[in-house]
Design a protein around this ligand. Structure first.
Ligand SMILES: [Zn+2]
Ligand SMILES: [Zn+2]
Length: 341
């Protein structure tokens, strides 16, 4: 397993511009693998690496945590994985196995969790070296460009919904139809929930129905909470919104025991009255993506049920344009880099 040479698109310093460089990728150390990247999604959280929004990021750093590729080298101590297998790598970039959450099997809450593209170089690259315990196997009938966004946007929405307590037939509302929301609507509908999609304007109504939504609410002309209450209230509202005020008002759409789950970061703190929470045993919660195994479940469910991200692809060398496109909010809906490998 000699070292290999390939391209990487790195940020030289916090706030710096993308630069395409040639890099050496050594053979992976113990517990690690080397992935020949085929596709990598461009996620809004890549802005953390671009702008240095987390403390302690070591630069230069290659962003990217929606990786799909082929195992190119595997350390000798790694069971399960073999060279040639197709794998995905997501936000969860490996866990320590020894902290208290790990010892309880709660790997996503590992106190020493690594994050792909932040703790180590990510997928805007021909190769990635990653901990083996972060990987997901990609099913045969799922293309790399479709698998990549499922490694973050996909697992976050799928894993939050399947752990929400909602049962088939329950009303589940998805707030926002964007990069996360367009996947959440598909997962909710394919899971058998009565799925309500809520977004601004009429232009997303037909798309929402194509994605499987049973109902569409235009929040500029209708009151989402009132519409949900007509159905007895939502068992779950999954919010992908950045608009904190819209998020706060959605609480009134929850049914008894209903849960508002937040997977998109709102633009500011928000206020809600505690009364409907107390009187109806309602909950407001957050959800963090998932482990490699959760991602593997996401990929398998997507292949089984026909869930696919809507994507725009860019060649790796155009990562800067791809990032700007993602940040513009105009992409429909996930931007994916391809290496041409
Ligand atoms: Zn992400
Ligand atoms: Zn740990």
């Amino acid at each position: 397993m000699p070292s290999v040479t390939g391209r990487a698109v790195q940020i030289p310093a916090a706030g710096g511009t993308f630069e395409v460089v040639q890099k050496q990728f050594p053979e992976p150390g113990l517990g690690h693998v080397r992935i020949r990247v085929q596709a990598c999604g461009v996620c809004h959280s890549d802005a953390i690496t671009k702008f240095g929004a987390f403390p302690g990021i070591a630069y230069p750093r290659v962003p990217g945590h929606e990786v799909a590729g082929v195992l190119d080298a595997v350390a000798p101590d790694v069971p399960l994985f073999k060279v040639g297998q197709r794998v995905g790598l997501g936000w969860h970039g490996g866990h320590c196995n020894y902290c208290a959450p790990c010892r309880r099997g709660d790997f996503i809450l590992c106190e020493n969790q690594q994050i792909s593209g932040i703790s180590f170089d990510g997928g805007y690259s021909d190769y990635v070296i990653a901990p083996a315990n972060a990987l997901a196997l990609i099913p045969e009938d799922l293309a790399d460009v479709d698998a990549a966004p499922l490694m973050c946007a996909g697992v976050t929405t799928y894993n939050s919904l399947r752990n929400s307590g909602a049962r088939p037939g329950d009303t589940v509302a998805i707030l926002g139809i964007g990069g996360l929301g367009h996947l959440a609507v598909q997962f909710a509908a394919k899971s058998g929930y009565r799925t309500m999609a809520i977004a601004r304007g009429q232009d997303k109504a037909s798309l929402a129905r194509q994605l499987g939504a049973h109902l569409y609410i235009d929040s500029t002309t209708q009151n989402p909470a009132a519409e949900l209450q007509k159905l007895g209230g939502a068992a779950v509202i999954l919010s992908t919104l950045t608009n904190a005020d819209a998020l706060a008002s959605a609480v009134n759409g929850l049914g008894p025991n209903g849960k508002l789950i937040i997977v998109g970061v709102p633009d500011k703190p928000f206020e809600v009255s505690a009364t409907p929470l107390i009187m109806g045993n309602r909950t407001i919660a957050g959800w963090a993506s998932g482990t490699g195994m959760d991602s593997e479940d996401t990929l398998n469910f997507s292949a089984l049920a026909g869930v696919k991200p809507l994507i725009e692809t860019y060649p790796l060398e155009q990562a800067a344009e791809a990032f700007d496109r993602m940040m513009s909010g105009k992409a429909r809906f996930r931007v994916v880099l391809t290496t041409g490998a």
